[in-house]
Design a protein around this ligand. Structure first.
Ligand SMILES: Nc1ncnc2c1ncn2[C@@H]1O[C@H](COP(=O)(O)OP(=O)(O)OP(=O)(O)O)[C@@H](O)[C@H]1O
Length: 252
């Protein structure tokens, strides 16, 4: 079953399309890594797909009402600003808002979803702390937990693991894989191609607003694509428990 379908999605900034005729679909059970250099259009693609900015072409999510969309997809933006010193568990509970009727108090199920998300992100013991007092990486984990608590078929996350320490990066990518095994999907932008190669079932490579490759990490991370899009060389090999990718040199 398709959780997201884009058809010729185009987003212009001024006269220039920064997302240019992108068509793709995300099915159940996938961890899709969206990769590409700075300015490739990844964030703009997400925002267009979610209907947060004006676009041409179609997105299945953008066609939904805001309430239905919030139950279909959980969005974690790149900006990590937490504006108020609210308790961690209160912030994570905001992920449950799409499931609450107006004015309704959180049910046991909502509290259970929040507790599970907090545990999944290694935040047990942080529940009552003001979120603004946490470190940058801890705040990022709280925002991922809020996204998990939303309990949607699709998670769309813009560089969610940037700034996390290695153990939490790997644990978060493992968690995404577990979510995919439950039949949900994760569409995630990443700059760490090593983690992308190892933990994503599929990669979509963007360059100058267009998709230039879409497939398994081995199909996408070819020497030619790495040269043409990132201007690097790299070593890619199949290890005993997954792909191993090591960037080597800048080529231009
Ligand atoms: N509001 C805006 N006005 C003008 N240009 C914009 C605007 N927002 C984005 N752009 C341009 O669109 C292009 C794509 O930006 P986008 O943020 O989608 O890239 P990205 O792939 O997410 O990059 P990064 O990896 O650096 O986060 C960039 O060249 C950016 O300068």
């Amino acid at each position: 079953m398709t959780l997201l379908a884009l058809d010729q999605l185009t987003v212009k900034r001024g006269p220039c399309p920064v997302v240019n005729g992108v068509s793709l679909s995300v099915d159940r059970g996938e961890v899709v890594g969206l990769i590409g250099p700075n300015g490739a259009g990844k964030t703009t693609l997400f925002r267009g797909a979610l209907g947060l900015i004006s676009h041409s072409g179609t997105s299945s999510l953008a066609q939904l009402s805001p309430a239905d969309r919030a139950r279909a997809a959980a969005w974690m933006p790149q900006a990590r600003e937490i504006a108020w010193p609210i308790a961690v568990e209160t912030l994570v509970m905001l992920g449950r808002v799409p499931h609450l009727a107006g004015g309704q108090r959180p049910s046991e199920r909502d509290h259970a979803a929040v507790a599970e998300a907090i545990a999944d992100m290694g935040l047990v013991g942080f529940e009552t702390r003001p979120a603004t007092d946490l470190s940058g990486g801890e705040q990022a984990r709280v925002l991922i937990a809020r996204t998990l608590a939303q309990d949607c078929p699709l998670i769309v996350a813009d560089e969610p693991i940037a700034g996390l320490d290695p153990a939490h990066q790997i644990a978060t990518m493992d968690l995404f894989a577990r979510i995919a095994r439950q039949g949900k999907s994760v569409l995630v932008s990443l700059h760490d191609l090593g983690l992308a190669a190892r933990h994503c079932s599929r990669l979509i490579l963007m360059h100058q607003g267009r998709i230039v490759a879409d497939g398994t990490p081995r199909i996408v991370l070819t020497p030619k694509n790495l040269h043409d899009v990132f201007g690097i060389s790299a070593h890619l090999t199949e290890g005993p428990d997954g792909m191993i990718f090591q960037p080597l040199e800048v080529l231009r």
